[in-house]
Design a protein around this ligand. Structure first.
Ligand SMILES: *Cc1c(COP(=O)(O)O)cnc(C)c1O
Length: 436
């Protein structure tokens, strides 16, 4: 495992070769080499607990055994790998499994589309389809939204710095306030209903409302069930589609497979990607209500529309959703993390607040420097976490859904230390150091 060249001076060797655009590696210098479950090891053997998990692309942890076995078997028998959208056994077994395990028990009727393999490919396809269905061009997107960095997705991404990278005007988006944007006293659903229905508002009824139920990159802001229900009803009333971008919040991240399934809404289109393959292999999917499937054959295409290796692992991952032990462990992990965050926030509620739901959680720290320092100290202590939010002021926690109680406790203990260290430097919350 110990690669000689990589052990000498990895950053000096590669940083001059790779574009300045790299980001995460600026904060964490480790050269990672192996990973299992919630743990990763660098080339020198140092161990980290991973609460970043590829930004939610590894919901079942690193190299989960049942998925690895299925993939190894498939490779061993020379299973076909790349096939455009030709029928394959792996593709069919995934679709049938997804219908049986995920859609049917939830009484959801969706057709599946496989666009290019990344999340932004799914968002682009969904936007294109919504415009085609409604013959409208404008889309409503929400404050603090993140939907990807290709031009169509960037146009509906709120972060100013990210949008500035486009280099061309981005348009056909109306920005409206997400739930809670003006604080608890303003119900933005009222405001939105007024704006999109009043012929004097300047806003035409849009092709679609595109939103995340929990804004992963936006700092873990959540839309309430009531707000989501009102928005979906409003959309129906004015002939607009609802697209839920469940790329980060879906695939179990909030505690249920879809982030919206307990809320009683049925979006017109759903985007999935990050943890869909369950193995960190690129795979994305757009789910569409059958009446919206107005594509002409080949109208939206691409070379990598469903990789068979990803179909194999995605199908194997479905077994978790029939596994009571997995579901119980997930519920326990949610409870443990929630209690830990509640205790942390209670120690200095004037400065800290809890974000997110399920295992898409965070702590808002008031400022970006504080949050970045917590991430740095956590890294030094062997836990991988990152910031999120437009100001980078939220420390985000994305443990694997099947994290063991030991790894969870171990990570939280180290995070306690990281928060206490930085809080002490800032002259607040010194009592945190005790950890209870
Ligand atoms: C990560 C993410 C995307 C973009 O996915 P990529 O694979 O990075 O293109 C889109 N929407 C949400 C909510 C995401 O978290």
């Amino acid at each position: 495992m110990k690669d000689k060249i990589i052990r000498i001076r990895p950053t000096e060797l590669t940083d001059g070769l790779e574009s300045e655009v790299r980001w995460y590696s600026r904060r964490m210098s480790a050269v990672l080499s192996r990973a299992k479950g919630a743990k990763v090891w660098d080339a020198a053997g140092a161990e980290y607990i991973d609460f970043l998990t590829g930004c939610g692309a590894l919901n079942y942890g690193h190299n989960p055994d049942p998925l690895k076995r299925a993939l190894l078997d498939y490779i061993e028998m020379d299973g076909i790998v790349s096939t455009l959208d030709l029928r394959t056994k792996a593709r069919a077994e995934f679709m049938i499994g997804f219908e049986e395990t995920i859609l049917r028990p939830r009484k959801l009727q969706y057709k599946m589309m496989f666009p290019g393999p990344t999340g932004t490919n799914a968002v682009e396809a969904a936007l294109k389809l919504a415009r085609k269905v409604t013959r409208r061009t404008n889309v409503v997107a929400f404050t603090n939204a993140f939907h990807g960095v290709t031009l169509g997705s960037l146009a509906v991404t709120a972060n100013r710095a990210k949008r500035a990278g486009a280099g061309v005007p981005l348009g056909q988006t109306t920005w409206l306030p997400y739930d809670g944007y003006f604080g608890p006293s303003v119900d933005t659903a009222d405001l939105i209903a007024q704006m999109v229905q009043d012929p004097g508002s300047g806003i035409d009824p849009p092709a679609a409302f595109l939103l995340e139920t929990v804004q992963g990159e936006g700092g873990g802001l959540c839309a309430s069930a009531g707000w989501l229900r009102r928005l979906c009803k409003l959309a129906r009333d004015i002939g607009s589609l609802v697209i839920i971008d469940d790329i980060q919040a879906g695939c179990g991240r909030t505690g249920t497979f879809f982030s919206f399934e307990d809320i009683g809404v049925e979006p017109d289109l759903v985007c999935l990607s990050k943890s869909l393959s369950g193995y960190g292999l690129a795979l994305s999917m757009v789910l569409m209500r059958p009446e919206h499937d107005v594509w002409a054959p080949g109208e939206h295409n691409g070379t990598f529309r469903g990789q068979n290796h990803a179909f194999v692992t995605a199908r194997a991952a479905l077994a978790y959703w029939r596994d009571e032990t997995f579901l119980r462990r997930l519920a326990d992990a949610i409870e443990t993390l929630d209690a830990w965050i509640a205790r942390l926030v209670a120690s200095d509620p004037s400065r800290w607040s809890a974000r997110g739901r399920g295992l898409l959680r965070g702590v808002a720290c008031g400022d970006g420097e504080f949050a970045a320092r917590v991430c740095h100290e956590a890294y030094q202590a062997g836990v991988l976490v990152e910031t999120s939010g437009a100001k980078g002021d939220v420390v985000k926690f994305l443990p694997p859904l099947n994290v063991s109680a030991e790894d969870m406790d171990d990570a939280l203990g180290r995070l306690d230390g990281a928060f206490a260290l930085v809080a002490n430097d800032y002259g607040r919350g010194a009592e945190l150091a005790s950890g209870d």
